[in-house]
Design a protein around this ligand. Structure first.
Ligand code: ATP
Length: 277
C-alpha cells in the first residue's frame, strides 16, 4: 500500500464524452419502482422506490443489514428483481444481464472496489470497457487516464500497490470507461482517511456536475449528505425516510438516533417516519 495523499483532479473532466457516447444533452433518471428482491428464501427488499435524476447526487443511508447493497445489486443486475421495475429514462432495465445494464449506461463501483490487485492500473481500467470494440477501448482508456493525471503517471503500477484512495479512484475510472449516464457507488469512502475521503467525494461531485445521475451508498452519512441533493434512508428493506440533503442534515441527530444504529426493533412505515422527521 502506498501512502495516503490527497486526491486532486487538476484536469477538466469530460466524463460524459466517451468514444461511444457523444450526447451531452440532459441524461435520463435512474428509477426503482416498488421493487422486491432477496436471496433464495430470504426476502430483503419490500417495495423499494427511489429516483435519481441526472446531475443529482442521492445518498442512500441505513444501518448495517438494512438492504442498501441488495438494492444496488438489484439496480445493476447482480440480484434478481422479483417484482417491480428498474428504468433508466424510458428504458426498462429490470433483470437485464449485468453487462447489458452497464451498456445501457449504469455503472457500478462495488463495495470493496473489486480491483485485481496484481494487474496494472491501466489493465484494471481497461476491464471497464470490456463490451466496447477493441479500438474504442484503447481510445477510451486514453481519455479516462487523461482525466486523472495523478493516476496516469502510475498506469503500469500494480493496482494493489496504490493507497486506498487511489484504488478507489481506479475503481471510478473503470466505471467511467463506458461514459455512464448513472453511477452507483457502494461505500466508496469505506476505510479511507478523512482527507482522502473528501477527495473521493469531490470526484463524485464532478460526476454529478457533468450531469450523471449519482447514487451514493455511504456509512459516512454526514459527509455524504454535504455533497448530495437528496437522501433516502432504508430500514429492514424499506425506504423509511426521504428528504432533501439539506433537510436531512438539519435533522441529522434525530436521523442518526432513529435509523442509523443497529438494525432491530419494530418496523417503521414510510409515512410515520416522514411525518416524525
Ligand atoms: P451493510 O451496510 O452492512 O453493507 P446493507 O444495508 O448493505 O448492509 P445488505 O448487504 O443489502 O445490507 O443486506 C441485507 C440483508 O440481506 C441482510 O440481512 C444480509 O444478511 C442479507 N444478505 C446480504 N447478502 C446476502 C447473500 N448473498 N445471501 C443471503 N443473504 C444476504
Amino acid at each position: 500500500m502506498g501512502s495516503e495523499t490527497p486526491l486532486s483532479n487538476s484536469q477538466p473532466v469530460t466524463w460524459l464524452v466517451g468514444s461511444h457516447r457523444q450526447s451531452l444533452g440532459p441524461g435520463p433518471s435512474l428509477r426503482a419502482s416498488n421493487i422486491y428482491a432477496g436471496y433464495g428464501k430470504a426476502e430483503v427488499l419490500f417495495g423499494v422506490s427511489i429516483e435519481v435524476s441526472p446531475g443529482e447526487c442521492v445518498t442512500l443511508l441505513g444501518a448495517n443489514g438494512a438492504g442498501k447493497t441488495t438494492l444496488v445489486r438489484a439496480l445493476t443486475g447482480i440480484v434478481a428483481v422479483r417484482s417491480g421495475e428498474v428504468t433508466l429514462g424510458t428504458r426498462g432495465i429490470t433483470n437485464l444481464r449485468a453487462d447489458r445494464i452497464v451498456r445501457a449506461g449504469v455503472a457500478h463501483v462495488p463495495q470493496g472496489r473489486g480491483l485485481f490487485p496484481t494487474m496494472s492500473v491501466e489493465d484494471n481500467i481497461r476491464i471497464g470497457g470490456y463490451t466496447l470494440a477493441r479500438r474504442s477501448v484503447e481510445r477510451r482508456v486514453g481519455e479516462v487516464l487523461g482525466m486523472f493525471p495523478q493516476l496516469a503517471a502510475r498506469r503500469r503500477q500494480a493496482a494493489g500497490s496504490l493507497s486506498g484512495g487511489e484504488q478507489q479512484m481506479v475503481a471510478m475510472m473503470r466505471a467511467l470507461m463506458m461514459a455512464p449516464l448513472a453511477l452507483v457507488l457502494d461505500e466508496p469512502t469505506l476505510g479511507l482517511s478523512p482527507m482522502v475521503r473528501d477527495g473521493v467525494l469531490e470526484l463524485i461531485q464532478g460526476a454529478r456536475g457533468a450531469g450523471i445521475a449519482v447514487l451514493l451508498v455511504e456509512q459516512n452519512a454526514r459527509s455524504a449528505l454535504e455533497v448530495s441533493d437528496k437522501c433516502y434512508v432504508m430500514r429492514s428493506g424499506r425506504i423509511v425516510y426521504e428528504a432533501s440533503a439539506a433537510e436531512a442534515l438539519g435533522a441529522y441527530e434525530q436521523l442518526a438516533d432513529r435509523y442509523l444504529g443497529a438494525e432491530a426493533g419494530p418496523q417503521v412505515t414510510a409515512e410515520s417516519a416522514i411525518d416524525d422527521a
